[in-house]
Design a protein. Structure first.
Lengths: 219, 314
């Protein structure tokens, strides 16, 4: 067994990063549940409100964990390259839960009424965006483990983000040509689509940054 | 005797204070190791290098020209003052070249013949220091890359590996520095017969260690970042390559510049990535240092010797 293949004690920073990523996953699950609830009823039910609060809670918890991580990274004396990469990745990843929180808050504050015939496509759009978040969390772990298949995961996230973009355009196209929706509602729905689609945009930005950091480490 | 030797102690102190940054500057400025630990490790291993492997360089430098104790004092004083002046003016300076330049300057004034064969060997080694370090760094980069690439290291394991290696090779660099550069501190006095080889190694090593312990903090913190503007892996390769280069010249028995070794190693790593990354100003500074340091110190030492002759009739 080689010197570096032995089961090793986890670095404190590594444990905190895994905790942070777990919080992002929980935030993503709450977001997904809240959206499923909203799309199934089209209303701001108590269940939706409960998940909306949870999404906000996990987003705040993620912020706290990130700040603790930043402090620890200076105390634990990582080399500047590793510290710089991790800090940049954490900052990029942090935009994702922010965006998920923004979506549920937009729905709540604007009390958006979703037309029943668009629910299915909104559900699909949400699923695509949630997939990019889940893939981003997995990608972060792959990068930390020094795995070689980082590039494939980056490409996959990029593909899902492109699918999301296409669906966003189709939705906006359809909504603005739908005579049954009032003009003001069209603008509100377009805003919701844009805010929702930004989740995969942020995930794609994060994935690209992971790709750059991985290339820097290629020997 | 101790008054004369004070110029050597001053030179050793200045050398230790400045050149420890070449071996531990990267690790200290990257917060891999605290300055105090780095300084203590440097001091201990510089002394060990001087005591265990410093004799060859002392013999080579001593054989360059014959001087009496006063002439040796003027040589070391001129070299030390020139190094201090050029460091203050932020000009690139090598203590090895300063000492040799001063020996030539004093030799020309007193009419003592210079052993040109020895000088040729020394100059070839000066040229070979950055070139050798660059070639070694170039090769080591590929060897280490291949080895690390096969290990599939976790980011944190990789980080720990680089940090530990920076400390281990910093220690090795300090040992090489002591082994190679102790000749610059006491080599001139050894050939006068004022001190024994053992005393030359001990005094040289101790004065360099004193310089590290008392005055290297700011140099390590500020110069360390400037000398090796590379990511962790590249910095590690440069530290290893320069330490090995300086150690090889300690075996050869010629004192060389650790600063020029590390700059050469940086250029070697830059060659791996892209030739365009090489800083032409850096190359210019090495060339400037090669030419100006021995010439300036030779002129300064000759002038000082002439003043002493005119003033004191020595």
């Amino acid at each position: 067994m080689g010197l570096f293949n032995r089961p090793r004690k986890k670095n404190e920073v590594e444990v905190l990063i895994e905790g942070y990523l777990n919080t992002v996953t929980l935030c993503c699950d709450s977001f997904h549940h809240s959206m499923q609830e909203y799309f199934s009823t089209g209303l701001l039910t108590d269940e939706f409100m409960r998940y909306e609060r949870q999404t906000h809670q996990f987003e705040s918890e993620g912020d706290d964990r990130r700040h603790a991580l930043e402090e620890m990274m200076y105390e634990k004396g990582l080399i500047p390259q590793s510290r710089g990469d991790i800090m940049a990745l954490l900052e990029a990843m942090d935009h994702v839960p922010d965006q998920m929180e923004a979506v549920v808050q937009t729905i709540y504050t604007e009390a958006i009424q979703l037309p029943a015939n668009y629910r299915e496509r909104f559900t699909k759009l949400t699923a695509l965006n949630v997939e990019t978040v889940q893939k981003s969390v997995a990608l972060f772990l792959l990068f930390l483990r020094g795995e070689r298949n980082v590039r494939e995961s980056v490409r996959h996230i990029d593909q899902v983000e492109s699918q999301s973009d296409r669906l966003e355009r189709e939705l906006v196209y359809g909504i603005f040509r739908d005579p049954q929706i009032r003009d003001v509602e069209k603008l509100i729905l377009r805003n919701l689509i844009v805010v929702l689609g930004r989740i995969s945009d942020e995930a794609e930005d994060f994935a690209e940054l992971v790709g750059v950091c991985a290339v820097k480490r290629l020997f | 005797m101790w008054l004369y030797l004070s110029s050597s102690v001053f030179m050793g102190w200045s050398l230790g204070a400045n050149d420890a940054a070449n071996v531990f500057g990267t690790a200290v400025s990257a917060q891999v190791i605290r300055w105090l630990k780095a300084a203590v490790l440097s001091a201990v291993f510089i002394l060990a290098g001087a005591m265990l492997e410093g004799t060859k360089g002392i013999q080579t430098l001593g054989s360059l020209a014959s001087q009496d104790t006063f002439q040796a004092f003027i040589t070391m004083l001129a070299a030390a003052l020139c190094v201090a002046l050029m460091t203050t003016l932020k000009l690139p300076v090598s203590t090895s070249q300063a000492v040799v330049g001063a020996m030539i300057g004093v030799g020309l004034v007193i009419g003592e013949p210079i052993r040109w064969g020895v000088l040729r060997k020394i100059v070839i080694c000066w040229l070979g220091t950055p070139v050798g370090a660059a070639v070694l760094a170039f090769g080591l980069y590929y060897v280490f890359s291949f080895a690390l690439g096969r290990m599939h290291l976790n980011l944190f394991t990789y980080d720990t590996f680089v940090r530990r290696c920076l400390i281990i090779f910093g220690v090795y660099g300090a040992y090489s520095l002591g082994a190679n550069n102790v000749a610059n501190v006491t080599g001139v006095f050894y050939q006068t017969g004022t001190i024994s080889m053992r005393t030359a190694c001990l005094l040289g090593g101790c004065s360099m260690a004193l310089g590290v312990l008392t005055f290297s903090k700011n140099v390590m913190l500020t110069v360390g970042q400037g000398v090796v503007p590379l990511e962790g892996f590249g910095a590690l390769v440069t530290v290893v390559a320069s330490a090995v280069t300086v150690h090889v010249y300690a075996w050869v028995g010629v004192p060389v510049s650790s600063s020029q070794a590390i700059v050469g190693a940086v250029i070697g790593v830059a060659f791996v990535k892209s030739v365009r990354l090489i800083d032409r100003r850096m190359l210019g500074r090495i060339f400037f240092g090669w030419v100006t340091t021995p010439v300036l110190t030779a002129v300064f030492a000759a002038g000082l010797m002439l003043v002493c002759r005119a003033g004191f009739g020595i």
